[in-house]
Design a protein. Sequence first.
Length: 284
Amino acid sequence: MELFTAYPEFSAAAAICMVFIFLHSKNGAKSTLPSAWLMEPAISIVSLFPVQYVNCLLTLLNYSGYRNNQSFGLLSSMKVYSFLLAGAVLSTFLHPAITIASAVALFFTPDLFIFLKMKRRQRDIREALPQALDLMVLCVDAGLGLDATIRRIASENTVVSNALNEELLTLGRDILLGMSRQRAYQELYNRTGVEELRALTSALNQSTKLGLSIARILRGQADFLRTKLAQKAEEKSAKLPIYMAFPLWFCVMPALMVILLAPSIITFMQNAPTSISSGVGAGL
């Protein structure tokens, strides 16, 4: 721990990294601070971890929508420099074991935020997919082809979810640039990790091979997804009493018992000495 206190530049580097992260935009806009000399050491340190862990980080970033060239460098910088900053600050007034545990926890904290971002993005795509399918059915029934339908829905931002709009726009662009539909559909799933999209693309591939009606397939998928969302909502509502049991018994019930029993206890405590003294006097 003396290393952190002897080299305060670690703290300065971490502070500069945090400022750079806040100034950086998700779309890859250029920052006002140099980034290579901050990110390259952090990337080198994170790359020393097992390959499975590094691949997991890359997958989380991909599913979360952070796909520019600097995303992994920013994540690595947050992890490494926050670890150094925690070690430099906490080592001055905490036990070494607590300092190490806190620094390690802070090192893995960005992973948790990226994981939550991924889950929120996947949920937004999953919930907005039935609406997108309904719009696709309307466009296909009106005479548009499937590729033109995807591009139109994505370009007009008619879907509530911005994440789904981005993915549909990328899908339409891939097909327009000559990628086969089957490959483009597979890339769509690889970018999102949403199983509902995988089922949808499989159904579309089967309809293309067998010559089935695309509108019918889309309508059936929309109904299926709505039913699935309704079942998940019912499942969550069924689990609600279990989740409410802990706060009810350990937070609400003690306060309620105090409110109900406190007046009786106070009255008993006030009258008890008088009753005891009167009983003793009567006995004498």
